[in-house]
Design a binder for this molecule. Sequence first.
Ligand SMILES: C[S@@+](CC[C@H](N)C(=O)[O-])C[C@H]1O[C@@H](n2cnc3c(N)ncnc32)[C@H](O)[C@@H]1O
Length: 297
Amino acid sequence: MQEVIGYLAPLRDGLVVDCTLGAGGHAAALLEAAPDLQLIGIDRDPQARQLAAGKLREFGDRVRILGGEFGELGTLLRQAGIEKVDGILADLGVSSMQLETAERGFSFRREGPLDMRMGPGELTASEIVNCYSEAELQKIFKEQGEEWRARRIARAVVEARAQQPIETTSELRRIVHRAVARGQRQRIDPATRVFQALRIEVNQELKGLSRMLDQVVELLDADGRLVVISYHSLEDRIVKHRLRDLARGEIDETTGRRRSESRLIEVLTKKPVRPTPVEVAANPRSRSARLRAARRL
Ligand SMILES: C[S@@+](CC[C@H](N)C(=O)[O-])C[C@H]1O[C@@H](n2cnc3c(N)ncnc32)[C@H](O)[C@@H]1O
């Protein structure tokens, strides 16, 4: 939280877009830290927008809330009559509210239907689990869950659903546990990566992130800031590589050197910023967060 304010609040005034409004925690902290700042908050989840609207009411017309996907950031802003912004914040992934609402099916620790939609999308986790081919399941468990036992788990899912459809979070968790059981103690629940993979697939999270990053150069005013917080290495890798590419500048054909005047951004975080032990103690979900920030040149 302090780092988000630190990287964005030098703006003091101007307009920041929070692409992942959630419960409005970051938004409220930014608006408090910079009394002349205006904020556009976006979330694809109507429930989150409602929650945030309550929390941010005290800031009156300094805040505008928009529904939609940050992959369409440019279009959403243009529809609101905005061409450029001074700051872009994205705090990726699911919110605590989404995780803790059992009926939304994000958490294997809560009994619920296999849904996992963050917004009003059509595809649910249940459709993936019950309809994707074994090869497709293996691919998403491996690529979007970084699950090295993807083959074994995909096979177990297909065998189980041949008996009866897999409907709930706890049924899926049990199937994964049975598929990988080897008696050794595991640091994380064996279902973690499978649930991550399904959530990413349902919400097309990596595509949305790449599309948003494609638009930041065009949308940020000179000296504008970008702050992205990721929670797993797939997201962080995308952010790291895209920022590095934008910071490099073109190669001059005659000299073979990079033309510094063609650099589009400056990366402000040499390494990803991690939460302090104090923040992790207060908010355990922050433990896997990695923050990267950049400045538009
Ligand atoms: C980790 S939470 C954000 C929490 C927020 N920073 C706070 O302080 O309360 C992520 C939020 O982003 C939303 N979200 C995730 N991907 C999105 C996307 N592609 N477009 C719009 N909203 C998205 C989720 O619905 C969720 O509410």
